[in-house]
Design a protein around this ligand. Structure first.
Ligand code: BDR
Ligand code: CA
Length: 312
């Protein structure tokens, strides 16, 4: 039985690859995609989500627009990484498939209230505003949540938007705090993992050599996305963050981590959005998530390449 998932996202080239991986994988069933403001403002993230659905040949997918600003702070975006559109790189056409009228948060609440217990997995790939707003407005929805698997945070790798904080958590730390305290099974893909999922020139050549439209688009996206991080880190390639979330649902054995306590910094401006991970279990705070620390990078890219090749 495929796992029912909701992808909450702010595309973003790496979000786009994550969405494609989900569509290409029979282990998951995408109930809908909810867009949130993050890498770029909401009008672009909801549009980008629809561009990706059409690219995957899934124009029937339900796509909703959600929150356009964090719960208590001004929106910070990342055009310096993802370009002006959020999906810079290849030439893109405007989508023709519709955006649903309903607000993403209302749809998440309605869908979870109608679902059997422990039957839906939430996959947040951006700031946690939509998910936290839904949890705050309708705490009963946790009954239907099987697991939340999210990309965010960093411990050994520190931060990527400030020295202390990773982008998704930094943009809306209040929302992250609500999610990390929600008491639902939570699996976290921090920078400690995603910085090991580097798109090398060989991987990009592999996408291109698929000889498909999807392969060409993913190659163009990863090419664009790379330039910033390669220069910043002096690395061989750039981290492909968000697809780790979907890869975990398909092949959890690719990842190793620890069930630990992680708290979110919400007050200090200096360390705002830091994920204070008790990796060494030096506090008596109760574990609230599985915080991943490592992945089998070759296995991850083999999976990604094999799956993306299934799309036309
Ligand atoms: C995260 O921030 C965004 O720029 C990426 O899409 C990813 O979700 C990495 O810090
Ligand atoms: Ca993202």
């Amino acid at each position: 039985m495929p796992r029912n998932i909701i992808i909450d996202t702010d595309p973003g080239q790496d979000d786009a690859v994550a969405i494609l991986l989900a569509f290409a994988s029979p282990e998951v069933n995408v109930l809908g995609i909810t867009a949130v403001a993050g890498n770029v403002p909401l009008p672009l993230t909801q549009k980008n989500a629809r561009i990706v659905c059409e690219l995957a040949g899934k124009p029937e997918t339900l796509v909703f627009a959600g929150c356009d600003a964090p719960m208590g702070r001004k929106l910070v975006t990342a055009e310096h990484v993802h370009g002006k559109t959020g999906l810079d790189g290849p030439q893109l056409n405007d989508p023709v498939m519709p955006l649903q009228d309903q607000h993403a948060v209302d749809w998440i609440i309605e869908t979870l209230r109608a679902a059997p217990a422990n039957s839906v997995t939430l996959c947040p790939l951006g700031p946690l505003t939509n998910i936290a707003t839904a949890l705050q407005r309708a705490p009963d929805i946790i009954n239907a949540i099987e697991e939340i698997v999210l990309m965010g945070g960093g411990y050994f790798e520190g931060g990527n938007i400030t020295p202390a904080a990773e982008f998704n958590i930094y943009v809306d730390p209040q929302a992250a705090d609500i999610v990390f305290r929600a008491g639902v099974p939570l699996t976290v893909m921090p920078l400690d993992v995603t910085h090991k999922a580097l798109t090398t020139a060989d991987h990009i050549a592999g996408f291109r050599s698929m000889g498909t439209h999807v392969g060409d688009m993913v190659a163009a996206w990863t090419d664009f996305f790379e330039r910033f991080d390669k220069e910043k880190y002096g690395s061989e390639g750039a981290p492909l963050h968000d697809p780790t979330v979907i890869a975990y649902l398909i092949k959890p054995d690719l990842f190793t981590g620890r069930h630990i306590n992680v708290e979110i910094e919400t007050t200090s401006e200096l360390t705002m959005g830091a994920t204070v991970a008790d990796w060494w279990r030096v506090s008596d705070r109760a574990p609230n998530c599985t915080f991943m620390g490592d992945l089998d990078a070759d296995g991850f890219f083999d999976l990604l390449t094999e799956r993306l090749a299934r799309l036309g």
